[in-house]
Design a protein around this ligand. Structure first.
Ligand SMILES: C[S@@+](CC[C@H](N)C(=O)[O-])C[C@H]1O[C@@H](n2cnc3c(N)ncnc32)[C@H](O)[C@@H]1O
Length: 271
């Protein structure tokens, strides 16, 4: 069984996917373009959520290419129409065998962060690449979310308190909230070459699409937050801050790392 805290069967998943799509898809598309993504490529999108990126990959590679989107809970992705060369699979990347091999590109955003078995999954994804194929992993660093503006002196402390309780819950479920800063090193240790990374962040004002991610996440685990000592009144004040036009917080920094399997067909270097 997965330890994923934000079960995608819950109603809040739709809002979460929509916030991620609108804030981060343009970044992710640029990162995948940097690999030389071309017509005819075979791609694997792991834990694809709403499959917005998998569907975009389908357009980029065209019908001579092939895209497989995997997802533990594919109900949201299944509601979108897609062409035959884009396949959606209910699939657990930890326990199920890979749906294919010899991919030109494997991409996962905000999936390995949540998996206690992330290093084993990383090895699995590297093994799924063709020689010369690319792995692009994009992960948050949840340790850098400074409050940039606040309507009063207590607001930043309230945000930090509730956000820390949320991050602790995520970590208790087996996630690594700082995985973003460790991703590139792990990819190098897994034997990938031509390693590179960049980090994207923006300011999220109260009421914006991005800041709603905190609302969906705290809504979904409100019971856990209460058990951690966050009172209902504190949670209500936190959620009001997320709508306040004078409140601004830094988005989660998204670290996008890419690396390439060596061109030799034998198993790559240090593991
Ligand atoms: C934070 S969401 C990110 C969704 C999407 N990648 C995005 O960035 O918009 C994490 C996703 O990983 C999926 N997931 C969690 N554990 C998984 C597993 N073991 N195998 C496949 N998908 C998994 C969840 O269902 C969820 O859709």
């Amino acid at each position: 069984m997965s330890h994923y805290l934000f079960d995608s069967a819950a109603a809040q998943a739709a809002g979460r996917f929509s916030a991620l799509e609108s804030c981060y898809d343009p970044v992710s598309r640029r990162q995948m373009e940097l690999t030389g993504l071309a017509t005819g490529w075979r791609c694997l999108e792991v834990g694809g959520g709403s499959a917005s990126l998998g569907d975009w990959l389908g357009e980029r590679v065209g019908p001579r290419g092939e895209v497989t989107v995997t997802e533990l809970e594919p109900r949201w992705a299944a509601s979108r129409h897609r062409p035959d060369h884009v396949r959606l699979l209910r699939h657990d990347i930890v326990h199920d065998p890979l749906p294919g091999m010899d991919y030109d590109l494997v991409h996962a955003r905000l999936v390995l962060l949540h998996l206690p078995e992330r290093l084993e999954v990383l090895e699995k994804l590297v093994a799924a690449l063709r020689p010369g194929g690319w792995l692009v992993l994009e992960e948050f660093d949840c340790g850098w979310t400074p409050v940039l503006a606040a309507p009063d002196a207590s607001a930043a402390a309230l945000f930090d308190r509730v956000h820390t309780a949320l991050t602790d819950l995520v970590a208790e479920a087996g996630a690594d909230p700082l995985w973003g800063r460790r991703t590139l090193g792990a990819m190098a240790a897994a034997g990938l070459r031509e390693i590179a990374a960049s980090t994207y962040a923006e300011a999220w004002p109260g009421g914006s699409t991005g800041i709603a991610l905190h609302r969906h996440n705290t809504d979904q685990v409100a019971d856990g937050l209460a058990r951690s000592g966050v009172s209902a009144a504190e949670l209500a004040r936190f959620q009001a801050l997320l709508r306040h036009p004078e409140f601004v917080v830094n988005s989660y920094p998204l670290i996008s790392a890419r690396g390439r399997r060596s061109h030799e067909s034998e198993k790559d270097g240090p593991r």
